[in-house]
Design a protein around this ligand. Structure first.
Ligand SMILES: Nc1ncnc2c1ncn2[C@@H]1O[C@H](COP(=O)(O)OP(=O)(O)OP(=O)(O)O)[C@@H](O)[C@H]1O
Ligand SMILES: [Mg+2]
Length: 282
C-alpha cells in the first residue's frame, strides 16, 4: 500500500519544497520507493531534485489537463534516488483550465492511482495557495503534512488551512487527516521560537513531529546544486534532521493496518482533524 502525503501551507517560504525534496530523498535512503510530485508552477522541487524544469516536454500539467498517462511524465532523480512528476511554468495555466473541466478536483488522484502500486511513499509539494492545485493534492492524499516556521504570525492562516482540510474531508476525500506538523528553520535560541513551538504542541499534540528541522545554511545551498541535502552534505545538521524525520514518519506507521473503514476520525497518531485555532493569538 502506498502512502500519499501533501506538503501544504498556503504561507510562502515556510519550507514546503525543502521538506518535500529532502524527505523524499531520506525516505528513499531508508530503502523506501518514493515518488515526488511537483504541484507548484515554480518548479522548485523539480530543480531541487536535479531535474531541469525547462527541459521537460511532458510535465504534471499534461497529466492533469490532457490526462496524459502519468508514467510517461516520470523522471528519475539520480541524486535523490526517487522518481519525480515534474512541473514548470506551464502549470500556471492549469489553475484556470481545470476550473472548466470534469472531475476537476480528482484529476491528480485519478492519475496517481495508475502508478501508485510502484511506490511506498508519494510526496506532493504544494504551491503557496489554497488553489485548485492544492485541492487536487488534498483530494489525492491520505494525509497533510504542514511545515511551520516558529515565528510571529506563524499561526495566522492556519485555521483557513485546517478549514480547507475539513471541507475536503467532508466532501471529496473522507480519508484525509492531518498527518503531521513539522517545525522548520528552527532556532532554539529565539524565545519566540519556543513560545510558538509550545503553542503548536498544545494544538496538535501527537501530530507534531518530535523532529525539528534546524535553520541550516547547507539546506539553503543544496538546491542550487540540484541535490538533496543527504548527498550535498550528509554530515550537516540539516541532513541529520531529515533522516530523523523520515525515520519518525516510518515508525509512526509501523504495524499499521490499511484503513478500510474509509472515514478516519483519528489518524494513526490519534489526531482528530478539527482544531480550533485562534487567528493571530500568539
Ligand atoms: N531549514 C532551513 N534552513 C535554512 N534555510 C532554509 C531551511 N528550509 C528552507 N530554507 C530556505 O528558505 C527558503 C524557502 O524554503 P522553501 O522553498 O522550501 O519554502 P516553500 O514553502 O516551498 O516556499 P514557496 O511557498 O515559495 O513554495 C529557500 O530559500 C530555502 O532554501
Ligand atoms: Mg515551494
Amino acid at each position: 500500500m502506498s502512502r500519499t502525503f501533501a506538503i501544504t501551507n498556503q504561507k510562502g517560504g515556510v519550507g514546503k519544497t525543502t521538506t518535500s525534496v529532502n524527505l523524499a530523498a531520506a525516505l528513499a535512503h531508508e530503502g523506501q520507493t518514493v515518488l515526488l510530485v511537483d504541484l507548484d508552477p515554480q518548479g522548485n522541487a523539480t530543480m531541487g531534485s536535479g531535474i531541469d524544469k525547462n527541459e521537460q516536454e511532458i510535465t504534471i500539467y499534461d497529466v492533469l489537463t490532457e490526462q496524459i498517462e502519468p508514467s510517461t511524465a516520470l523522471v528519475r532523480s539520480e541524486e535523490g534516488g526517487f522518481d519525480v512528476l515534474p512541473a514548470n511554468g506551464d502549470l500556471t495555466a492549469a489553475e484556470v483550465e481545470l476550473l472548466d473541466m470534469m472531475m476537476k478536483e480528482h484529476r491528480l488522484r485519478h492519475a496517481l492511482k495508475k502508478i501508485s502500486a510502484s511506490y511506498e511513499y508519494i510526496i506532493i509539494d504544494c504551491p503557496p495557495s489554497l488553489s485548485m492545485l492544492t485541492v487536487n493534492a488534498l483530494t489525492a492524499a491520505e494525509g497533510v503534512i504542514i511545515p511551520m516556521q516558529c515565528e510571529y504570525y506563524a499561526l495566522e492562516g492556519l485555521s483557513a488551512l485546517l478549514e480547507t482540510v475539513n471541507q475536503i474531508q467532508a466532501v471529496l476525500n473522507p480519508d484525509l487527516r492531518v498527518e503531521g506538523v513539522i517545525r522548520t528553520m528552527y532556532d532554539p535560541r529565539n524565545s519566540l521560537t519556543n513560545e510558538v513551538s509550545a503553542q503548536l504542541n498544545e494544538y496538535f499534540s501527537e501530530a507534531l513531529y518530535k523532529t525539528v528541522i534546524p535553520r541550516n545554511v547547507r539546506l539553503a545551498e543544496a538546491p542550487s546544486f540540484g541535490e538533496p541535502i543527504i548527498t550535498y552534505d550528509p554530515q550537516s545538521k540539516g541532513a541529520k534532521a531529515y533522516f530523523e524525520l523520515a525515520q519518525e514518519m516510518i515508525q509512526r506507521h509501523q504495524g499499521d493496518v490499511p484503513d478500510s473503514a474509509g472515514l478516519n476520525e483519528t489518524g494513526p497518531a490519534g489526531q482528530a482533524v478539527s482544531y480550533e485555532v485562534v487567528e493571530g493569538d500568539q
